[in-house]
Design a protein around this ligand. Structure first.
Ligand SMILES: [Zn+2]
Length: 455
């Protein structure tokens, strides 16, 4: 085929050359137009190339931060002071990651969640906040939710004893998150008693005695719970007697008013001590002259001991003198006397020991702090007495009553000997009443007292 094709091509060239010659003679304008087109092409070529005429590739455009994506897109923190790290990825207009681009972090609400310069978010309060990462003129965001989850529940007081049917104590539950912060959001506790025949509990934590025994009271919130042990020790009715009994006086200075709660709480404390001594003495205990104290109106003011110029012994005599018209005296054959004075005294010092809060020889006299303690108003007490448990004030009376019955301090204690029986009622065990005891030698003394009988 090719050998035959060549002569044909040769003939075609001759024919076209002939035609062009004819046109070139007759229509020169066509040639001029053709030149103009090639000149424009040359100018365009010059514009696109540099002086040397070489054509270079177009330079790549400067990367510009175009998108910011924050990871994770959301986070929930379940405790306060919990931290979570966020990262931000910046990409340019071509979708290429721009590593090392400076990021500015911000939070919509620092009171809920704060963020530092490296994207670490720390929870501060329940709520929601938006965390924003900005690079140049673009930004990305993530949502942070702070919602405390209860991790532990504490119930206080952790133990209590109820001594009468219907007696109640309010338990308080506190929920905390995993970092120990109080769960401020309203936490609903579910209260339950391990033995409702002993003690029942209401939806607000009020525990009520129902029978002798011990019950565990539990407060639950979610999967966390806490508990307290409530013992119910129902005391029998107080044993009263006309003579050879413990008789109590509530002494009111002329510038003070009668306080019903003082009278009630002193009566209750003596009843509890009567039962406690019976437990310690295998059925022997003292009788009470009455269920409530006699009221004795004094002619002196409530500062009469504070301003008294004498020493401790003289003040003691002055106190006894002030109340003697109502009957109290040492070594009374019919009564062991207990006097509660509603009077204040200065804090104890070596130079000025307190007058009240002592006992011996058939008489004990106590002051206003004991009345406040017995009525659970001791939080405001001065001289370091504040905040002590109710039992300390009952035990304090039990200790002074022991002195009034003739019990000394345990051997060696006053000399600070290491053999001192510290936890006995007659030393500092009174502070943990009723978790204290009468010593063997003390019980022997009391068995010899005409005031102790099987009751
Ligand atoms: Zn003592």
């Amino acid at each position: 085929m090719q050998s035959r094709g060549l002569p044909e091509d040769g003939r075609a060239k001759v024919r076209r050359a002939h035609i062009l010659r004819k046109r070139g003679a007759g229509r020169p304008a066509r040639l001029s137009a053709g030149f103009a087109i090639s000149a424009i092409a040359g100018i365009v070529m010059l514009v696109l190339s540099c002086g040397d005429g070489a054509v270079e590739p177009a330079p790549s455009p400067t990367p510009v931060a175009t998108t910011v994506v924050v990871s994770p897109t959301s986070a929930t923190l379940t405790a306060l002071e919990e931290a979570a790290r966020f990262t931000a990825e910046v990409r340019d207009q071509n979708g290429q990651v721009m590593a090392g681009t400076p990021i500015a972090w911000a939070t919509s609400d620092a009171s809920v969640a704060a963020v530092d310069g490296s994207g670490v978010v720390t929870s501060a309060a329940n709520g929601t906040a938006t965390i924003t990462a900005t690079a140049g003129s673009v930004s990305g965001a993530a949502a942070v939710t702070v919602a405390q989850v209860v991790s532990a529940v504490a119930v206080s007081p952790s133990a209590d004893t109820l001594v009468a049917l219907g007696d109640s104590v309010r338990l308080v539950a506190e929920a905390t998150d995993a970092n120990g912060h109080g769960a401020v959001a309203a936490t609903e506790f579910v209260w339950a008693s391990s033995d409702t025949a002993v003690a029942s509990v209401g939806s607000s934590g009020l525990v009520t005695a129902a029978g002798n025994g011990s019950a565990t009271i539990t407060a639950s919130a979610g999967s966390a719970s806490g508990s307290a042990v409530v013992a119910v020790v129902l005391a029998p009715a107080p044993v009263l007697a006309d003579s050879l009994s413990v008789r109590t006086v509530y002494a009111i200075p002329r510038n003070r008013e009668f306080v019903q709660a003082y009278s009630d709480s002193v009566g209750a404390a003596l009843h509890h001590l009567q039962v406690w001594y019976r437990d310690q003495m295998d059925g022997l205990t003292f009788a009470l002259a009455d269920t409530i104290p006699d009221v004795c109106r004094l002619s002196v003011r409530d500062d009469f001991l504070t301003v008294h110029p004498g020493g401790a012994g003289e003040r003691w005599d002055a106190a006894l003198e002030a109340v003697s018209g109502c009957g109290p005296k040492h070594n009374d054959e019919a009564f062991i006397w207990i006097v509660y004075f509603d009077v204040d005294e200065p804090c104890w010092t070596e130079e000025r020991p307190q007058t009240l809060g002592r006992g011996g020889d058939g008489l004990t006299m106590l002051g206003r702090w004991d009345l406040l303690g017995l009525t659970d108003r001791s939080n405001s007490l001065p001289c370091g007495h504040g905040g002590q448990p109710h039992g300390r004030w009952v035990g304090g009376l039990g200790h002074e009553l022991g002195h009034a019955f003739g019990l000394p301090h345990p051997p060696g204690c006053e000399a600070e000997a290491p053999t001192c029986d510290k936890e006995a009622l007659m030393w500092v065990g009174y502070a943990w009443w009723p978790d204290t005891y009468l010593r063997h030698d003390e019980r022997a003394i009391l068995r010899g007292s005409p005031f102790f009988e099987e009751r």
